[in-house]
Design a protein around this ligand. Structure first.
Ligand code: ZN
Length: 373
């Protein structure tokens, strides 16, 4: 069905934009914690065999204090019946019989207590049950709490990590910047990854193998990709920023273009992709077949969409479906599994030196595991 969107006015090399943005609470990234599944049937203790007094309707007679209450809550009328004492006009039982009855009643109470605990979800998954319940599906919920990232802010904190070796986890955002002198050590033209040679489009050599594989997979899917932007030096980012300031003023430019040092493109591991043959991209591209393929598959080749839809509260940027940062397949898989945005994930699991992750409020994510019991 084609691309399905019209290219919008060109902005030469799409860059992080949209700052400042409001900070939004993002509990569980939109996922609600799920209630543990209540057992569909409670295992009812068998009626006490020795307690065979005259049976009446539930509640008849004189229920033992405290016990009938539990039985009523659990709606096991036969148990209430079982615990009705013998009418006094019947023959008087011997002390031995009373002892047995007391023991049986105590057992029933213990079993009922166990049932209440199971209903309340205490004691784990609540699986098991009687023979009929074996083989049914049960589910367990794992809840993980991670600290929120710091609020989005403009700043000029130069990262302490060495970007050349810490390229997978170094945080570059609106506050943290790469040093102005930093340039990646092993820049290589993207033709190494099978793209047409384009003067100036280069990336670190360590990206090439996975980028080549992603290019082939996208083409095999019928959604071939092209690259609009790759490495940008500090000086190039400064030029771009100045041009935008000249075009639209400081306020708008500051919201659309990362200031020098604050662009992930300076890492030499970040690309802006589009559909092969197009020379522009915009947010609508994210809904195109190619954009959807990239959103679902890029992580398999080590690339993460740094600024996903709905993530601006933690990414500090508007949705950029085209902006992919390479972090390697292993890290990319854990980022996707976490359900967090890349910036959130990095602050939670690879906090910068001197950063106190306990300070911001925590975020809870929930993952449900369903097992065959
Ligand atoms: Zn970009």
């Amino acid at each position: 069905m084609g691309i399905g969107f019209a290219p919008r006015p060109t902005f030469s090399c799409p860059t992080p934009r949209g700052f400042p943005v409001r900070r939004r609470a993002q509990a569980a990234n939109g996922r609600e914690p799920e209630e543990p599944e209540a057992p569909s049937r409670m295992r009812g203790p068998r009626p006490a065999p020795r307690c065979i007094g005259r049976a009446g309707p539930p509640g008849a007679g004189r229920p033992l204090a405290g016990r009938a209450t539990v039985a009523d809550r659990l709606r096991v009328p036969t148990l209430a019946v079982a615990m009705v004492p013998h009418p006094s006009h019947r023959r008087r039982a011997s002390p031995q019989v009373y002892r047995v009855r007391r023991a049986v009643a105590l057992t029933v109470v213990v079993l009922l207590g166990f049932g209440v605990l199971r209903l309340a979800g205490v004691g784990g998954s609540g699986g098991g049950g009687d023979g009929e319940a074996a083989g049914t599906t049960s589910s367990s919920t794992t809840t993980t709490t991670v600290p929120d990232p710091p609020a989005c802010a403009e700043g000029d904190v130069v990262v302490e990590e060495n970007p050349a070796t810490g390229w997978q986890t170094v945080i570059v955002d609106t506050e943290r910047a790469l040093p102005d002198w930093y340039a990646p050590p092993d820049l290589t033209n993207i033709s190494e990854a099978g793209f047409p040679f384009t003067d100036g489009l280069a990336l670190r050599g360590l990206v090439m193998a996975d980028l080549h594989a992603m290019r082939e997979a996208a083409a095999a899917n019928g959604t071939p990709i092209g690259i609009l932007a790759a490495y940008r030096s500090y000086a190039q980012q400064a030029d771009l920023y100045e041009r935008r300031v000249g075009e639209m003023g400081t306020t708008d430019a500051g919201g659309r273009v990362a200031r020098p040092g604050h662009s992930e493109h300076q890492l030499g591991t970040t690309i802006d992709v589009t559909t092969e043959g197009l020379d522009d991209v915009d947010q609508a591209w994210g809904a195109s077949p190619t954009g959807q393929w990239v959103a679902s598959n890029a992580y398999k080749y080590g690339f993460i969409v740094s600024y996903p839809s709905g993530g601006s509260g933690t990414t500090c940027y508007d949705y950029e479906p085209w902006h992919l940062r390479y972090v390697g397949q292993e890290v990319a898989a854990t980022v996707v599994e976490s359900g967090l945005t890349l910036r959130h994930y990095l602050f939670a699991h690879h906090p910068p030196a001197g950063y106190d992750p306990a300070a911001p409020e925590p975020t809870t994510t929930t993952a449900e595991v369903v097992t065959e019991g």
